[in-house]
Ligand binder design. Sequence first.
Ligand code: SAH
Length: 460
Amino acid sequence: MKSSNREAALSKNEMVHLDITGMTTDGNGVGRCRNMAVFVPNTAIGDHACVRIIKTAKTYAIGKLLSLPRPSPDRMEADCPHFLQCGGCAFRHIRYPAELQIKEQRVRDALSRIGGLDAFPVQPIVGAQETDHYRNKAQLPISRGTDGELKLGFYAYHSHRVVPCEQCPLQPAVFDRAMQVFRDWERDFPQEVYDEATGRGCLRHLYLREARATGEVMVCVVANADALNGEDALAERLRDAIPGLQSVILNTNRERTNVILGKDCRTIWGESMITDVLCGLRFEISPLSFYQVNHDQTQRLYDLVKEYAGLTGAETVLDLYCGTGTIGLTLASAAKALIGVEVIPEAVENARKNAALNGITNAQFLCADAAKAAGELRQSGQLPDVVVLDPPRKGCAPGLVDTIREMAPQKVVYVSCDPATLARDLRLFADAGYGPVALTPVDLFPRTAHVECVTCLVKK
Ligand code: SAH
């Protein structure tokens, strides 16, 4: 028997001291005690912590921080009263340079543990200048408190309990104002709140968007209804409070699902979309289209994509998972031709309009599943020189890497919001003969646990 096995296991309610030496992907500190990993929320690497064990399992335990006999030098005072109740931020208690190091390390760990890619050329992470107020989108669940007041806020971590919030440090002040107007309006025009358990009731989410460069604001109410009692009054009050208001929309979602948006949108007041400027181009954004949430860091991300693509004007670029066409359109002027592929029809419509809006005539957009469209392009002999990929968190669809290998582009530029699926896919690309030139993590989501990466691969 190994000596460690003779040590008494940790038991519930026990108090222990431990050093925090690592961080989980969702921002909890990890230490070891009596050969067990102990996960402790609200700790930082370098903390010497006094912890109460609140849960034990076979190989790990969960602890609650009681006191910090020796705090980490990376610590700072968390400046939001909702930190750790709301599931948004993971790192408000840690200085930003330390947060960036954690994120960079997470990318290296994923590459090595999941992809077996130890020598991958990871560049220093690109940190943000603004670590607060950067979000241009908020989706706020609505519930009703026992006091009868409307609760607008964010879901608690891994739950559907709403943590009410009047101000969120990640969002612009104009969103706080829209939330205030909405709460006040509802007091005068009471609505039923949607109940996930029964599928009854009306108000589901308040969904806000801001075009950072133009200041245009969209307010979208997601409801289990085709109309709201007093919707014109809501629009009027929002107009009075928000100078940049451009669009008030009702999105109808009648499904019993935790997908936030339904398919149908009706404009209550103003335009059906807002327009932003990104990398010098104008982009129209409608409620159902994906658009990166951090304007300034997205520009830096797209600049890296451009640098990695290294276009000369002779290339055909295939932009898979293209959303409203943003990445491809920023490359189009340096390419011979651009083909974008996106599965959401509204986003494809936006992408086509965005091309026209910017006088780009060498771009076409296909509304299709990325893997399917790639297969069809390969069969018809339309072979790109550069493939840009920006899939959702689950990464490339099965078979897509094979199809890309068969298309044999010189370069693949892979943008990813999940280091784990990225590492899995980069392994597939390595096996398909695509070697790494560089990978740069970009902090698109300061204070949260998420990290974005852009990778440049070339055909060996
Ligand atoms: N490149 C864009 C969007 C990236 S987000 C940008 O930077 O803004 C990922 C996009 O992939 C979303 O727009 C989503 O609607 C789309 N998508 C998800 N699954 C898809 C699939 N199977 N085929 C094509 N597009 C898909």
